[in-house]
Write a protein that binds this ligand. Sequence first.
Ligand code: PEP
Ligand code: MN
Length: 347
Amino acid sequence: MIIVMRNGTSPEQVAEIETRLIELGYQVHPIVGVEKTVLGAVGGMEHVKVDAVDQLKAYEWVEDVVVITKPYKFVSKEYNKGARSVVDVDGVRIGGDDVVIMAGPCTVESEEQLMITAEAVARAGATVLRGGAYKPSTSPYSYQGMGVPGLELLQAAGKRFGMRVITEVMDPRKVELVAQFADILQIGTRNMQNYDLLREVGQSRIPVMLKRGMTAKFDELLLAAEYIACGGNERIMLCERGLRTFETYTRNTLDLSAIPVLHHLSHLPVIVDPSQGTGRRELVAPMSYASIAAGADGLIIEVHPNPDHAIKDGAQSITIPQFQTMMPQMARIAEAVGRRLAPAVEL
Ligand code: PEP
Ligand code: MN
């Protein structure tokens, strides 16, 4: 890192910072200019590095501390020597040449609703079934999900129609339970910085899709992913699901630049959720096409047999015929960018 001193800092004050840096395990390389002194610091003890920045900034005569290396390691592009990683979910490969389509209802509502949707999306070519059994709701009075019976239905539907299952886990105490039914654990936007939950899924070896917090910067998302990777679980996907902005026409502002940015910074696959990302059914298809064109490794799309009667997120859920129309279009766009939609793989 580089420590920039304020104009007029005395040699004694510079020496004090040098001493502090040496205590923290750094080698110090001073550059004394006409107006400013700058200290280059290399090395540093691993466990003090992150906090050292704040501690040094606390000195009145330190103007700025510039960190050169990235704050995350395991999820960084360099860690994988510049290559993209592939998360293999029992044969469904996420992050390689294939674009994986995950589809299903926002919320598991009944056996009938889930089975109709699962069969339709599988026949249309989806390889991962989505559905919430534990729902993060803004209001405690809103529907909270079916819980275990919902998980059982998801697992049964996945098996019956040859799809892997992704579902959200909100509670660190339920990670083991949800992992018994799911193939991929979803961490929702509201839980991106629930560090106990991140640590717990880091202890498991089941793939995780980590959604970007609705106000999270890329560094914050990648540091949240680092929590999971630190525990030894490197089977992580990142998911862009829209940001909270000043715009109210759409539910969120879907940041498609997240796809190339995250691919530049990290080796992890990037999934896009155009449903939460827009909140509007008519925007799901165009945003899905744009996501594939921009390099997304997968999409997670809310589909409902009767969106107008959905318990949750009906306005952003597409109908089964709409999904059927989208699939061949997405296949064409994937092909145009040198990829293909992931083929079905039997369990
Ligand atoms: C969902 O996928 O239905 C959901 C609640 O997602 P998010 O955490 O992105 O709001
Ligand atoms: Mn939803």
